[in-house]
Design a protein around this ligand. Structure first.
Ligand SMILES: Nc1nc2c(ncn2[C@@H]2O[C@H](COP(=O)(O)OP(=O)(O)OP(=O)(O)O)[C@@H](O)[C@H]2O)c(=O)[nH]1
Ligand SMILES: [Mg+2]
Length: 370
């Protein structure tokens, strides 16, 4: 029997970080753990980061788990066959929802004899939650993105409030209490995937029975699709060469300047950043990885390159609520500014922003007895 742990949650909530931290913790207890990343595009920053920490990693690309259900099953089977794993943690695309009906229930129904599906876990960034709450308090009409975020919470068996290191403890306590009152069918846990505080509460919650498995979202797929379609989705690769002979360039600083430029542009244009992330891989295999999950915020550095290098290969994954052309232009401008200030010559693949297509799940099952 393998255990499948499904993670969902809005863009940038910390799913990949949670997946990696819990996989390492479960490995410590003797389990053989693999993870699966998932995205609408190909060339995933997430996969690169996780591979640097874990041996067994697979990805499902070109669509979310619900629309690529068979690819998900194939990925699980391949990991079990090739690596002999007994736990698979899988991260859904951050703009995806309705997973109880389209992924969890079909897995239990069709593969229940070989797989135990753990409680569906929605990872939450407290600051993102606060931003949506503030809009609601101002009595603004609910945005489609906020609607999507709320569906992700409504269907959770476990609400995993991450990044508790970023807010004061009393505020964290209130948030956890409020969420528990608002979503009584869910178990609410608080933790920080980067510090590891509270992580055990999360892995303990995965051992308990699913408490919200009979939920069927009363979801408006047109509105869900509209929320996804508000996001421009960009994956781009760039070859970087230092313009200065001898010294090389600082890949971490270059990446930081790109993301800082994007962050400022998004703030000026009032564009919500879901998640903008970037890796720069160096010829010796070392790499830098930075992220930005909020317009106007400074980028965070998840991994710095150890030394300067003469060349590198960058991958940008940006999900921003704007038109694809605007995101293409913004990334191009941010790259140019970074090239200029770090004396780098970059050549990029053509800009490739797109909008996710209408979600069309392969399965959508009602709860037993409904
Ligand atoms: N301070 C802090 N930052 C965190 C924590 N967990 C994740 N982050 C940061 O948040 C950013 C996004 O984290 P990811 O794990 O990539 O988020 P994600 O949900 O997988 O993002 P997408 O796959 O793009 O939807 C990264 O810079 C992480 O380092 C945390 O517990 N505390
Ligand atoms: Mg991720």
């Amino acid at each position: 029997m393998i255990t499948f742990i499904p993670l969902t949650g809005f863009l940038g909530a910390g799913k990949t970080t949670t997946m990696t931290a819990t996989a390492l913790a479960l490995q410590e207890t003797g389990r053989k753990v693999a993870v699966i990343t998932n995205d609408q595009g190909v060339e995933l920053v997430d996969t690169k980061l996780v591979r640097s920490k874990l041996g067994s990693v697979a990805e499902v690309t070109g669509g979310c788990f619900c629309c690529k259900f068979e690819d998900l099953v194939e990925a699980v089977v391949a990991l079990v066959d090739s690596d002999g794993v007994d736990v698979v943690i899988a991260e859904a695309v951050g703009s995806c929802t309705d997973l109880q009906a389209t992924v969890v229930r079909p897995l239990r129904q069709y593969y229940g004899d070989s797989m135990v599906v753990a409680p569906l876990t929605t990872v939450v960034d407290p600051l993102r939650h606060l931003a949506f709450e503030r809009a609601a308090q101002r009595a603004e009409p609910e945005s489609d993105l906020s609607y999507l975020f709320r569906q992700q919470l409504t269907e959770a068996d476990v609400i995993a409030v991450n990044k508790l290191d970023t807010i004061p403890a009393p505020r964290a306590e209130t948030l956890l209490k409020d969420l528990a009152a608002q979503y009584p069918n869910a178990t609410v846990v608080g933790y920080s995937a980067t510090t590891g505080a509270g992580l055990e509460d999360l892995t303990d919650a995965w051992q308990a029975p699913a408490t919200n498995q009979d939920v069927q979202l009363d979801i408006d797929y047109d509105r869900y699709a509209a929320a996804e379609a508000q996001l421009a989705w960009m994956n781009q690769e760039l070859d970087l060469t230092s313009a200065v002979a001898g010294t090389g360039f600082d890949a971490t600083a270059w990446a930081g300047t790109v993301l800082a430029g994007l962050s400022r542009w998004a703030q000026d244009d009032n564009a919500v950043i879901g998640h903008a992330k970037l890796t720069v891989e160096l010829p010796d295999g070392d790499f830098a990885k930075l992220s930005c999950t909020q317009a106007g915020a400074d980028p965070t550095c998840d991994r710095a390159a150890a030394a300067h290098a003469a060349a590198g290969r960058a991958v940008v994954n940006a999900r921003v609520a704007c038109e694809p052309e605007a995101l293409d232009q913004a990334v191009t401008a941010a790259v140019k500014a970074a090239d200029d200030s770090h004396q780098v010559v970059s050549s990029a693949t053509a800009p490739v922003s797109f909008k996710p297509s209408y979600p069309r799940p392969v399965h959508r099952l009602a709860p037993a007895g409904a």
